[in-house]
Design a protein around this ligand. Structure first.
Ligand code: R5P
Length: 317
């Protein structure tokens, strides 16, 4: 692996140590010695304990729960590296939190995804690398080069190994996710269905209309985020009610807040497959129908290519 921008250094925050180590193993590099700890009042303190002058540094940190702490760690690590004369700093943020606040949802509300992009840029990042952004256009919130990687090659490999594709239908759980689901359906050459959630009258519960004939099919729901699990559980119920044989879900970011893992376990979903972009909690690991695929290899390869100034997009051809 050749680096055109000085030696490669990997600095991990506290959000996902297992993924950081797996990425380092994939690159056959050690993690740079650094201390990221709290003062008594919970202020964050960072000390990079190795020389990084002139290095091509990649910070590995998802801004997952607790989002504000992990974001602040990322910003402070970036500042420490900039002041230590790193030649180039890439913020590798496999899960970009705040992404769902990407537009004004009402009068006098913020666009927090843009604010977070500004914070990362102003802290001193030269580049950003992330995975399955909630909306592709968030890439444009950064005025620095931003690579949005896709987990789809990892998911497609798993789906091909596990399913008889002649009886599979890919399903988008809402209209907003159609482009993502269609892309995956195209890769595995299966039909596509869409769930249209609609509240007919204010105060009435949402009606799930399934667009497409799913009867007899093994349905695979595709989405970027599973948070409370509500979207998936309702979608699975609607598909079964419309005659689907069984329902699986492949979702990149397992946010799975609160009691979401238990909700998935007691749902009609056969299996939820997530990635390790967010470190799985004990409840997720113990859940009998949740499984995590690793995106470490994909990120290692993207880092190697970035360091060598090679194409990253060709990873997804
Ligand atoms: C929404 O636009 C996202 O793509 C997900 O569908 C949503 O965040 C899932 O949230 P929950 O699991 O809480 O229904």
């Amino acid at each position: 692996m050749s680096a055109k921008n000085g030696s490669i250094k990997l600095v991990a925050g506290n959000s996902n140590p297992a993924l950081a180590q797996a990425i380092a193993n994939g690159l056959d590099l050690p993690l740079t010695k650094a201390v990221v700890r709290r003062f008594a009042d919970m202020e964050i303190f960072v000390e990079i304990q190795e020389n990084v002058r002139g290095s091509d540094v990649f910070i590995l940190q998802s801004t997952s729960y607790p989002a504000n702490d992990h974001l602040m760690e990322l910003l402070i690590i970036t500042d420490a590296l900039r002041r230590a004369s790193a030649r180039r700093i890439t913020a590798v943020v496999p899960y970009f939190g705040y992404a769902r606040q990407d537009r004004k949802s009402g009068s006098r509300t913020p666009i927090s995804a843009k604010l977070v992009a500004n914070l990362i840029t102003h802290a001193g990042a030269d580049r950003v690398m992330t995975l399955d952004l909630h909306a592709g256009q968030i890439q444009g919130f950064f005025d620095i080069p931003t690579d949005n990687l896709y987990a789809s090659p990892v998911m497609v490999r798993d789906i091909r190994e596990r399913f008889d594709l002649t009886n599979v239908m890919v399903v988008s759980p809402d209209v907003g996710g159609v482009v993502r689901a269609r892309g995956l359906a195209k890769r595995i050459n299966t039909p596509l269905a869409i769930i249209d959630k609609r509240r007919e009258r204010p105060g009435e519960s949402e009606v799930m209309n399934v667009i497409g004939d799913v009867a007899g099919y093994t349905c695979i729901l595709i989405d970027d985020i599973v948070d409370s699990g509500g979207t998936l559980v309702n979608a699975a119920d609607a598909l079964i009610a419309n005659g689907a044989k069984e329902v699986y879900a492949y979702i990149t970011h397992g946010v799975l807040s609160g009691g979401a893992a238990a909700r998935i376990t007691s749902s009609r979903l056969k299996e939820l497959v997530i990635t390790d972009s967010i470190q799985p909690t004990e409840a997720i690991i113990k859940s009998p129908n949740i499984r995590a695929l690793s995106i470490a290899g994909l990120i290692s390869e993207a880092i190697a290519r970035t360091a060598a100034e090679e194409s990253v997009s060709s990873l997804f051809d």
